[in-house]
Design a protein around this ligand. Structure first.
Ligand code: PLP
Length: 394
């Protein structure tokens, strides 16, 4: 037998983490890495945050799981907190981002169905988006590397160019249910929607009775220095998928919906065995409480500005390797003039700095949201040293 015990779908690198301490990861061989990947924008509080660890340990001892057959004081409490800080009126909890997006898609379809317009099932999505790896969420993208070999996929999606409002206006027809997009594309290369695009989509929804779905799985939950990425735009969705940072490393996602948009989601229409179990709720509450402490989001903004300024300063010194910086808060992308994965590997293996490759030659810099000036300085030193050694190597 040659197949590995773990299904070989990931080209895993040689780092084998066994412990985490704040913004650092320690691997099996004792190497210590500055973790500016955060489990792909998940470990918002870094590794081993005492409040999160304590909440999970205490809840695990008290009650871990009961199923959704029973009342959920834990779920009701956490859902209300999310409602209080967002556009939403109701929440469905999931275990992952893709499940949160699935719930968003189903909610949009059911909305038109109960409104007597079941033909309105087509969701317009955008090029280079990433919404997850379920059959539904890969159907919502135009990326052959995720779709090949899995056909037939779910019908009812039309993929258009990102930020092209005129194309969307032309594509809306009697079958359109709504639009789904990441306000800031993550895997696509830290690409923000333009303010005109989001405002235009909102207006189209309002004018035509369509639903606006935001996928804030990566860009939401404090990552950009605001609780939600949509706050930067002043545009609210009808439905929003959230995950990653919400659990700080505990598998948790959520689909947030307005009362109007949720009107088709009645008894029996959707479900999840684990979704919103007491253990997940305890993790979510602990993360949110830390994020709501005075100064938390201010720190994300301040560290984001500092890091961005440092990266911008560095570009002229290495302009045959570094091209530009983009992003908001601590969701930053450094566009490089090298094979992205090769440079990410160089940063990791030679300089002990963890980052994540994205499309469009972008190195994603996604530190834990709890970093301070010393981590920013260390990241900039490592990047600068890596640029010098990479140039020497080339
Ligand atoms: N949506 C976006 C924007 C994402 O970045 C991701 C994951 O990277 C997902 C959805 C899928 O989340 P998960 O991997 O938790 O299913």
């Amino acid at each position: 037998m040659t197949i590995t015990p773990l299904m070989p779908v990931y080209p895993r690198c040689g780092v084998r983490p066994v412990r985490g301490e704040g913004a650092y990861l320690i691997s099996e061989d004792g190497s210590r890495y500055l973790d500016f990947a955060s489990g792909i924008a998940v470990n918002a509080l870094g590794h081993g945050h005492p409040a999160l660890v304590k909440a999970i340990a205490e809840q695990a001892a008290m009650l871990m799981h009961v199923s959704n057959l029973y009342g959920s004081p834990q779920g009701e409490h956490f859902a209300q907190r999310l409602i209080d800080i967002s556009f939403a009126d109701t929440v469905f909890f999931t275990n992952s981002g893709a499940e949160a997006v699935e719930c968003a898609i189903k909610t949009a379809r059911r909305y038109h169905y109960v409104n007597g317009a079941p033909e309105r099932h087509k969701i317009i999505t955008f090029a280079n988006a990433f919404h997850g790896r379920t059959l539904g969420t890969i159907s919502a993208t135009n990326q052959p590397k995720m779709r090949d070999g899995f056909e037939p996929l779910l019908p009812g999606f039309e993929v258009l160019a990102f930020n092209d409002l005129a194309a969307v206006e032309k594509a809306v027809d009697e079958k359109t249910a709504g639009f789904m997009l990441e306000p800031i594309q993550g895997e696509g290369g830290i690409l923000p929607a333009t303010p005109e695009f989001l405002a235009g989509l909102r207006k189209l929804c309002d004018d035509h009775g369509l639903l606006l779905i935001f996928d804030e799985v990566q860009c939401g939950y404090g990552r950009t220095g605001r609780m939600w990425a949509y706050e930067h735009y002043g545009v609210t969705p009808d439905i929003m998928a959230v995950a990653k940072g919400i659990g700080g490393g505990f598998p948790l996602g959520a689909c947030l919906v307005t009362e109007e948009a949720a009107k088709g989601m009645t008894f029996g229409t959707h479900g999840s065995t684990y979704g919103g179990n007491p253990l997940a709720m305890a993790a979510g509450e602990a993360v949110l409480s830390v994020m709501q402490e005075a100064g938390f989001l201010e720190n994300v903004r301040a560290m984001g500005e500092r890091l961005r300024a440092g990266l911008e300063q560095m570009i002229p010194n290495h302009d045959h390797l570094f091209e530009s910086v983009r992003g908001t808060g601590l969701m930053l992308g450094l566009k490089v003039k090298a094979e992205t994965r090769d440079f990410v590997a160089h940063l990791r293996d030679k300089h002990k700095l963890l980052t994540v490759a994205a499309a469009d030659n972008v190195v994603r810099i996604l530190p834990p949201l709890i970093i301070d000036e010393s981590h920013v300085a260390e990241c900039l030193e490592k990047l600068s040293a890596a640029a010098r050694s990479y140039e020497a190597k080339a």
